[in-house]
Every structure is written in C-alpha cells, then in structure tokens.
Design a binder for this molecule. Sequence first.
Ligand code: NAD
Ligand code: MG
Length: 396
Amino acid sequence: MQNMVILGATGSIGASTLSVVACNPEQYKVYALVAHTNVEKMLQICIAHQPKIAHMVDSKAATALKAQLPSSLNIEVTTGEDELLALVSAAEVDTVMAAIVGAAGLPSTLAAVKAGKRVLLANKESLVMSGQLFIEAMQHSGAQVLPVDSEHNAIFQCLSERSQLEIGRCDLAGAGVSHILLTGSGGPFLTSDLSLLPAMTPEQACKHPNWSMGRKISVDSATMMNKGLEYIEARWLFNASPEQLKVVIHPQSVIHSMVQYRDGSVLAQLGNPDMRTPIAHCMSFPERITSGVEPLDFFKVGQLSFLEPDFNRFPCLALAIEACKQGQEATTVVNAANEISVQAFLDGKIRFTDIAKINEQSLINTATHPLNNIEDILALDTQSRRYTLEAISKLN
Ligand code: NAD
Ligand code: MG
C-alpha cells in the first residue's frame, strides 16, 4: 500500500490521479489532498477519498472547508506554508504527486524531493525554474523522480533501464541515443491564418484539439510555450544537450514522444491522449496497473502526420529554446513572465500575440543574478513578474 499526497488535487491532473487511485484501491491510499481555494471541489474529493489531511493554501478556504466537512470523517484541515512543507515530508508519505500549476508548486515539490520521496512530477515549471538545484537535491536525497508530463513519460519509457535509473544524469550518447524527439500537437492555432492570431480569445486558445487540461497549460499549448517549457524540462530530466533535442509537430497526439538511436532505430510510446496513462505508469513503475484508459484503436486513428515547427507562428517556442541555451536564470525569467502574460491574456488585458512580445521583453530587460538556492530563484521570479506587470501596463 502506497501512501500518497496529491498537490493540486482539485485540478485536472489531480482529478486524473484520483481516478487512477479509485481504479486500484488495494494499492494506493490518499494520505493528504492539497489545493488552493476551491472548497466545493475539495469537499467533494475529501468525501470520496477520505484523506487523513486536507490542506488549503488559502486560509479562508481552509476555514470554510472545516465548517463544511462532516466531523465523522475525522479529516484534519490545515493551512500555512510550513504546514504544507511538513506534510509532504512526513514519514508516513511514500509518494507525492506534484501537480500544482506554475511557480507556486516549487517549494512543496522541492520539499518532497529533499525528503527523498517518490515524486511524480507534473509541475514542469518547478524544474524549469530550479533546474540544476532540483537535480542536485534529487541526487542528494535519493528521491525517485518520475515524469508525469506525457512527453517525458514517453521518453522515459523509450529509454534503457540504465538510463531510467539515471534520471537527471543520463549519459544519452553512451546509451546510443542520437536524438530525443519531443512531439507536440501544435495546439488549436496550428493552421489558423496568422493574421487572425491577434484577435484569438481565451476560449478559442483553451479549446485544445486533443487534450483536456487546466487553462494555463492550455494557453501554453496554443502559443507552444508549453513545448518550450517541456524542452527545458527534458534538458534537465534526461541531461540532454540542445543538439540532442528536437521538436516535432504531430497533430494527432497519438505518439507522445520518441527516442532515436544511433543504429537507426526509433522507439515511440503511443496511446490515447489521456493523462491517466502516464500517471498510472508513474504510480506503478516498474509494474503496470489499470488506468481506466481505453485501448488505442489504430483503425480509428487511421493516419499519423508530422511537421517541422514554424517559429514565426510560435515565437514562444523559439524564446524558450533560446532561454534554455542561455541558462537557468533566463528560464526562470521566461517562466515567470509567461505566467503573468498568460494570466493577463486570460483576464482580457492583452492580446494573444502580446504574450510572446511581453515574454521576450522580460527576458531581455530583467536584470538577473546567480541562482544558488531557492530564495535566489524566488527573488528572480518576483523580479521578472514585476517587470512583466509593468510592461503590460505600458502596453495599454
Ligand atoms: P489546473 O489549473 O487544472 O489545476 C491546478 C491545481 O493547482 C489546482 O488544484 C489548484 O488548487 C492548485 N493551485 C493553484 N495555485 C496554487 C497555489 N498558489 N498554491 C497551491 N496550489 C495551487 O492545472 P493542471 O492542468 O492540472 O496542471 C497542473 C500541473 O501539471 C501544471 O504544472 C501543468 O503544466 C502540469 N501538466 C498538466 C497536464 C494536463 O494534462 N493537465 C499535462 C502535463 C503537465
Ligand atoms: Mg506535456
């Protein structure tokens, strides 16, 4: 029986994780559920899964949850940053699903890594920000980090067992790997006329052709910043150089990524676009469990196609790759700027095409400093957010 903490329990990944837990009740127990403000959803999943602890980051939400939870369930309601960090590090916890969205996920994800837990990593932003520090913390504590992001999970599945055991310090060339082929659908605007992009609405941007996800990552998929963040994520997880990483557009989202070997072999992982597959894989690795996902029907799929990314259409992808080449300070700045610009777009304050422009301005103009610890990272994150907010206010 594995005792699990689910960070971001009320979100899209949280829901898929709880659904896999429900398919395998004899193997997984929910120790704690963590969310931000959504009391109604938290109440519902607490009743269904009966965790020992329900943690609300927002203290008012914690008070409201406490008032509504039936006392017969005996669920302890907590709030506060220290309480959250203690909760993920508790001795009873085996596995932590890191699925808070954005930079807000960094402290709790890193705490789970430092405590040597088995960490199922969905919160790519934490790795984008902390890169080297994250990998070092993992090596120091012996934490096992398993990639939930479907592309990284696919790559992981296509690597040799030796490379799988060396996450964060893989010797790709030594394992015969020539390229990691990171696939992406291209999102809802892959074929839209470029002149229409400035007027695209949040609803249009969030309408992903294949995946159902939270709003931030949906906008990131429309700009392909998501693939850029994943490029940086792959760089750290698989110790890959820019020469070893290639982005391939694959509109059907059936192949979730591939590994190309020196001898001409290409290994791919395929499946329906449903996050319960990579989640179940991470939860049970190296075994396999039921996820509730329908088997892939090749006759329904019919065709698979591939395209080269057009950086003119997707400037955010080019920017993230450039930031990755520059280093961790640059990726932290771009990640923070992007969170602010995506939120401004979702709030109707800027146009879709302004996201890339604002992110680029932030990368060029935010003064950086060396990142030696989490405080340095959070300070640079704050600085970049401040600059980006200013840049947005000047735009209007
Ligand atoms: P979502 O918006 O559906 O859910 C976000 C969760 O984070 C919610 O439970 C919310 O309560 C919590 N949260 C938000 N702000 C918080 C804060 N300040 N403190 C604590 N908790 C906070 O997002 P999602 O789509 O489930 O994505 C979660 C993470 O997983 C993201 O990092 C995303 O990039 C990654 N991811 C998602 C998918 C997907 O299919 N949804 C796929 C790959 C990776
Ligand atoms: Mg992904």
